[in-house]
Ligand binder design. Structure first.
Ligand SMILES: [Cu+2]
Length: 353
């Protein structure tokens, strides 16, 4: 409330100053003392532009320094350094150009403000200069694009055959994850028309690969192993953001995307590094997707491969937790489904599989 009052006060003050200024100008006109071609507002504007430069750059540097740690989180994946390199190279080059051009912009607008009797210099063209300011940015930008492209290819190229596959789905307002299961390494087929309150992934139960799929409430991944994250969205556009892994990819309904990366620090190692025993990795949503956008956060656990395998083996399949969906499995596949889903603890049948 207090802030609103201050804001209203500032606005009123500006209006009063402007009104006083207008009155002053009108008085001059009436008195006939206003002989200048360009009024004093020209000088004031030039001064205000200079003032704006100091205030804006002050805020720019202040913000960059205060929040520096928030956008330079410690890295936790193998490709993170290539992303950071592309980021800082771009930031460095564009940052320098941004500061130099803007300082000149405001200084020139002050220095070359209108003066009585001042004359402009006629300088129509300079071919050498034009070639220089075309070629240098062209080469620089091509370099930036190539650095970015190489980092992009690194994360979107085909994953190796033994990569850990996990599916992440964004919906209003949470993340769901699906694993291919312990009996086969394939994610089952899906169809958005099969989505209902329990079958949130639209799993197609005519596909044998779906019987052992499981959907835990946390995302677990092994350290040091390539992960292929298959990403989709159920309703609107979301975006997977795992800042420590430098993973960021849009989740678009009807257009599956993917991201390949290798985590290289377990949750415990990161806790030790940060000296924070409470620390957890997370996936968050970085695309404003509606009222509950802020709550789209899912815990990510990175473990040593042995611990990861043990965790995986313990996960109950989705079909086991939703046994009534067995009736959607074609009759001839029902026995197989029960075995793969771990519904019947029948080691004999399992062995004969
Ligand atoms: Cu979202």
């Amino acid at each position: 409330m207090f802030k609103v009052i201050i804001a209203i006060g500032v606005v009123l003050l500006v209006i009063i100053l402007l009104t006083l200024f207008r009155i002053g100008t009108l008085v001059n006109v009436v008195k006939g003392t206003n002989k200048e071609k360009v009024g004093s507002s020209n000088k004031i504007n030039a001064g205000l532009l200079l003032l704006f430069m100091f205030v804006a750059f002050g805020l720019f540097f202040w913000y960059s320094i205060v929040y520096f740690d928030d956008y330079t989180l410690p890295q936790a994946s193998e490709h993170a350094s290539s992303v950071d390199f592309a980021f800082w190279l771009t930031m460095g080059l564009t940052g320098v150009v941004f500061v130099v051009t803007n300082v000149l912009l405001f200084i020139f607008s002050f220095k070359y403000q209108h003066k009585e009797g001042g004359r402009g210099k006629f300088y129509p063209d300079n071919t050498k200069l034009e070639i220089l300011w075309t070629v240098v940015p062209a080469i620089t930008l091509a370099g930036l694009v190539l650095t970015g492209l190489s980092a992009w290819n690194n994360i979107t190229s085909k994953a190796s055959d033994d990569a850990e596959v996990v599916e992440v789905m964004g919906y209003q307002f949470a993340w769901g994850v699906r694993y291919p299961g312990n009996k086969d390494a394939e994610l089952g087929a899906y169809d958005y028309r099969l989505i209902d309150a329990s079958n949130q992934f639209g799993i197609d139960l005519t596909d044998e690969n779906s019987y052992d799929d499981f959907m835990p409430l946390e995302l677990h991944l092994p350290k040091g192993k390539e992960v292929l994250m298959k990403i989709r969205a159920r309703d609107v556009i979301h975006s997977v953001f795992m800042p420590h892994f430098r993973v960021k990819m849009d989740a678009v309904p009807g257009m599956p995307t993917h991201f390949k990366f290798t985590p290289n620090k377990t949750t415990q190692e990161m806790r030790d590094e940060l000296g924070d025993p409470e620390f957890d990795y997370f996936i968050t949503c970085t695309e404003i997707c509606g009222r509950g956008h802020f709550s789209m956060k899912l815990k990510v656990v990175i473990e040593e491969p042995e611990a990861y395998e043990a965790w995986k083996a313990e996960q109950p399949t989705w079909l086991k937790l939703n046994e009534d969906y067995l009736e959607k499995v074609p009759a001839e596949k029902r026995e197989l489904a029960k075995i793969k889903a771990g519904i019947e603890d029948n080691t004999e049948t399992e062995a004969s599989l």
